[in-house]
Design a protein around this ligand. Structure first.
Ligand code: NAD
Length: 371
């Protein structure tokens, strides 16, 4: 067995540590039954790293992340660290990782599992079989644009400023990721901005269209204004397959799409970089949820978002589509068999702990493999 895939595991705080455990069991299972192994290292991040190492992410951990093929991240934060200075707060570790690894493309799938169709607040027929991907630009736009700040205009009046800005190459690279991903899905991209009222919107639309025309004219591209997109996501979500959009609109639309699926404990995500000169693309994979201090340490957390983030890692960092699908299939089966953690509990279903859910996934993997 060759261990050539370097994987850094950063469990973090609270339920982050609990939901990583079932993934480690799946990794052991893969070594045993699929002869796939990883060169794994594990380090502290978030509040626990602050307590032990004086910062929410040490330089050594950042270095390890840069030198890994993929990073699996649990969750960080908790009331214990609420008063820590801003640059050292647990959540700052995430921002540093995104910046240092140049993780400019954020992938948030919104998938409705048949067994959970009733967890959504939308009508069943609107979301049954839903499988869409929101691709958000993550490292530029209004959250990073300069100037920003609050200044005084006169004695009684102040002004707050944020700046939305994008460069040609920033839009080009996210557009290319969108078209490449679309080719592996339904060959359909909806690019979202506000070209009707914003300079950056017009610019975004122009650049995306140029890349489409010159490099990807075999992919189906449509443009949509962000406000209309928000409405259409609720009205008829299945019209979309892949939505690509900027940092701000992506932040809002991905949460909107996520809630079509009904539960925070079921939402995986990936953040990826460009392919470098050696052909390597860095990726960080993490559940959308936080460290859930209210249920931490109680073996109640739903590990499925973390498990599906791992499945995304197999697909996007290691081209292991079959293994990724196998894990997704076992999640589907376990849910169809009526097993539920507390957050997705339904009448008549069996409530299980984090550990038990993890074990059920392994059992299903064995069933699917005929072990
Ligand atoms: P949260 O996602 O941690 O929890 C929100 C609610 O959802 C809680 O009631 C929690 O119990 C529940 N929940 C979340 N994940 C669950 C799971 N897997 N299974 C069952 N229930 C689940 O958000 P919050 O309460 O706003 O934040 C708590 C801490 O996490 C804060 O310190 C916050 O800054 C941090 N946070 C971290 C990340 C991250 O690490 N990526 C993301 C969001 C929040």
């Amino acid at each position: 067995m060759i261990k050539n895939k370097k994987l850094l595991i950063l469990p973090g705080d609270g339920i982050g540590k609990e939901v990583i455990e079932p993934v480690l069991d799946i990794i052991d299972w893969m070594a045993k039954y699929k002869s796939i192994s990883f060169d794994i290292s594990e380090r502290l991040v978030g509040g626990e790293a602050y307590d032990a190492e004086g910062d929410s992410i040490s330089d050594k951990t950042l270095d390890e992340a840069i030198n890994s093929d993929a990073v699996l991240f649990g969750a960080v934060g908790g009331p214990k660290w609420d008063n820590v200075e801003r640059e050292k707060r647990p959540e700052a570790a995430l921002l540093k990782l995104r910046k240092e690894l140049d993780l400019f493309a954020n992938l948030r799938p919104a998938i409705v599992f048949d067994a959970l169709v009733n967890a959504s607040s939308l009508k069943k027929e609107l979301i049954l079989g839903l499988d869409i991907l929101i691709l958000r630009e993550l490292t530029s736009g209004v959250y990073f644009g300069k100037p920003r700040g609050i200044e005084s205009i006169n004695e009684n009046e102040k002004k707050a400023v944020d700046t939305q800005s994008y460069t040609t190459s920033e839009v080009q690279r996210i557009a290319r990721v969108a078209f490449d991903l679309a080719k592996k899905r339904s060959n359909k991209v909806t690019s979202v901005e506000k070209a009707n009222v914003m300079e950056t919107g017009m610019f975004w639309r122009k650049i995306v269209s140029e890349i489409h025309e010159s490099e990807y004219n075999d992919v189906n591209l449509t443009h949509m204004y962000a406000d209309n997109c928000a409405m259409q996501l609720i009205r008829e979500p299945k019209q979309f397959d892949l939505i690509v959009t900027d940092n701000l609109f992506g932040d809002i639309l991905s949460d909107c799409a996520a809630m079509l699926t009904g539960s925070l404990g079921m939402l995986p995500s990936a953040s990826i970089s460009n392919i470098d000169s050696t052909g390597k693309r860095l990726g960080m994979y993490e559940p959308v949820h936080g460290s859930a201090p209210d249920i931490a340490g109680q073996n109640k957390a739903n590990p499925l978002a973390m498990i599906m983030s791992f499945a995304m890692m197999l697909k996007y960092s290691f081209d292991m589509d079959d293994e990724s699908k196998l894990i997704e299939k076992s999640v589907q089966k376990v849910l169809a068999n009526g097993l539920r953690t507390l957050d997705i509990s339904q009448k008549g279903m069996q409530i299980v702990s984090t550990d038990e859910m993890g074990k059920a996934i392994i059992e299903q993997l064995n069933v699917l493999m005929g072990n």
